[in-house]
Design a protein around this ligand. Sequence first.
Ligand code: 6PG
Length: 242
Amino acid sequence: MNEPSVHVLPDLAAVSDALAREFVRCVRETPAARPFRVALSGGRTAEALYRVLADRDRYGSAVSWARVRFFWSDERWVPPNDPASNHDLARRCLLDPLGVSREQVHPVPTWLADPSAAASTYERTLAEGVEAGTPPLDWVLLGLGEDGHTASLFPGASALAERERWVLGIEDSPKPPPQRVTLTWPLIGRARAVHLLAAGASKRQAVADGLGAPNNLARYPTHGTRLGAAQAHWWLDAAAAP
Ligand code: 6PG
């Protein structure tokens, strides 16, 4: 077991700033010869972080963004530029403001026949260009739902029992839309760094369960943050902290 490291700051602005600083540190620590591969989450909480990272007066110029390859921790089954898409959220709040080139961006292929086909294709996309001995992802950002879900891994979902596949299609998400594509813990757990971000009193119980309940991955999807090779980090505002 690898108990997560917990960081609590007064409010979402302070959490976003601290997590942005951590992102910059991680990019700078990665050998410049290879791309920095990040998987982004969806959600309103992540939006605050993206806007801070895109702020050229603060962090936008602190990172060699041309080195970064953008993937997603999960995606709703909507077109990539649908306003409900996690890709579109990052495009509006982070990628376009930074002028990131399309070649650096790898959206989940939600234009394919179904989530299962998209998951198989995305697994291949994630595996492309991964040098032997390096992690498939350098940095995974996860959100947290009030029901305890993270990415599109929901309590009781069969996807939580997956031990091999890196990406799965979801047909029964309790959070609309029902169809999604999600990274799995076998992949997330191999990342060099996993950062879970949660803010607001509505997340407090999910945080308490995720950090304090006895191991039960089927019931508490965030218990996957205890299983990775690297120590995961939880970033919380005071309202979400137990
Ligand atoms: C999604 C997200 C999901 C999100 C959490 C938190 O597709 O909905 O990836 O996992 O991160 O539900 O969302 P909020 O930050 O908006 O509460």
